[in-house]
Design a protein around this ligand. Sequence first.
Ligand SMILES: Nc1nc2c(ncn2[C@@H]2O[C@H](COP(=O)(O)OP(=O)(O)OP(=O)(O)O)[C@@H](O)[C@H]2O)c(=O)[nH]1
Ligand SMILES: [Mg+2]
Length: 440
Amino acid sequence: MADRSTICALASGPPPAALAVIRVSGPLCTELARTHLARGVPAPRRAVLDRLHDASGQMLDEVLAVFMPGPASFTGEDVLEVTVHGGSLIVDRALQAFVDSGARLAGPGDFTRRAFEAGRLDLTRAEAIADLIDAETAAQHDQALKQFGGALGALYDSWHDRLTGLLALLEASIDFPDEEDAPDTVDAPVRAGLDELLAALDQALADGHITERIRDGFRVAILGAPNSGKSTLLNRLAGRDAAIVTDIPGTTRDVLEVRLVLGGYLVWLMDTAGLRDTADVVEAEGIRRARRVADEADVRIWLYDARTAFTPPAERRPGDVIVANKMDLAPDLGVSRETSAISAETGAGVDALIEAITGAIRDLGRAAPAPVLTRARHRQGIVAARDELQQARSGLSAGLGAELVSEHVRRAARALAGLTGAVDTEAVLGAVFSSFCIGK
Ligand SMILES: Nc1nc2c(ncn2[C@@H]2O[C@H](COP(=O)(O)OP(=O)(O)OP(=O)(O)O)[C@@H](O)[C@H]2O)c(=O)[nH]1
Ligand SMILES: [Mg+2]
C-alpha cells in the first residue's frame, strides 16, 4: 500500500547557502500553502514572491513559492517548493512549521519513490537520478544522462516484450495440443527467439563491464620489476605521498589502491610488488597478489627503468601501456613510439602518460555503445533471466513439454520485468531508494 502522507525535506545542499529549497509533496500541499503563505496557494507553475509564517503567525522569511499540482508534477502528487534564505535556523523553522501542520520529514529517496509509484519513471530512470547526483566524472555524468533518457529501460522492455511474444506462442501450443502441426509451427520460432535473446543477453553481460566500471571505477594496475619506480609513479599521479618509496628493491608488498579521477574517468590506481623470483615468503605473497591484480585489471601499466632493456612479461596483453621511467637519468635515450617516456621523479612526460591511460580506457569503451547494466542489480537480473532461458532452450531440445518450457520463460520475463520495476518486491525497492539522498 503506497504511503499517502505529505512529506517535506530540504532539497538543496546543506546550509549555510544563499538560498535553500524546501520541497513538499502530498495531499496537504494546498492546506499548508493556505496556512503558511501570506498569499495562500500560488497560481500553478508560477514563481510567486510571498511571506512564510509558522502556525502562530510569526513571519519566518520572504520566500519564492512554486505550486505544481498533481498529477503533472515530479511525484505525481501536489508539490510545493518554497525557496527560503539558506540559513540553518530558517530551514529548520520552515520544516518544523510544515511538520506542525501535518507533514512528515522525508527519508532518503522518498520523492523519487513516489515518482516511481505514480508511474512517472521506471526503476532504471530512478537509479539514473541517483547516479546523476553522485556523478564525479564526465563519463559518469554522460552515462547517467543516457540512462535517465530512458535508453536502458527501453532495452529491458524490448527484451521483455520479445519474451511475452514467445510465451504467447508456447501457450497457444498448450491450449491446442491436438493441432497436428503444433511442434513445427511453435518449436522452430520459439527456439530461434530464445537463441536470439540469449545472444543479446550474453552480449550485454560482456559489454556491461564497461558501464559498471564507468560508474564504479576502472582498475588500473602499475606493474613491473622491483625498483622501477612504480610507487613513485602512483604518488605522482595521486598527487600525494600514498606509497612508501625507497631505493631497496622489494619495498612494496601489499597492493595499494588509490581512488582518483584521470582524464574524466573514475580510476582505482593500484601499486603492486615488483615482479621477480624471490625466496622471501612475504615478498613472494606480494608478488602472487600483484599477478592477480595484473590478471583482473582493466588497464595494465608496465613500468621499467629506461636504463635497462624492457622484457615483455607473460601477463602482457594488447592495449597495455608500456612506460620507460627514470628518463631524467638517461636523457639521450630513444624509446619506441608506443612507449611512454617519463620521469616519475620530476613529472616529465606524465601528462602524455595520463593521455595514454585514458586512451586505453576509451578503447575498452568503444565496444559498448549502448548504456547497459550500470549496476550489479542489473547484472544479477540478466544472469537470472539468461539461466532460465538456457533451461528453456535445453528443455526444448530434450522434448520437454510446452508447460515446463513456458515456466522457465515466464521466470525469465519476471527477472527482466524486475529491472525496470514493472514487477518487484519491497526489498528491491527499499535497497534502490535507500541509496538516495534525503530530499530527492
Ligand atoms: N632519478 C629517478 N629516480 C626515480 C624515479 N622514479 C623512482 N625513482 C627512484 O627509484 C627508487 C625506487 O622507487 P620506487 O617507487 O620505490 O620503486 P618501486 O617500483 O615501487 O619498487 P618496489 O616497490 O621495490 O617494487 C627510489 O629511490 C626512487 O626515488 C625517476 O623517475 N627518476
Ligand atoms: Mg613500490
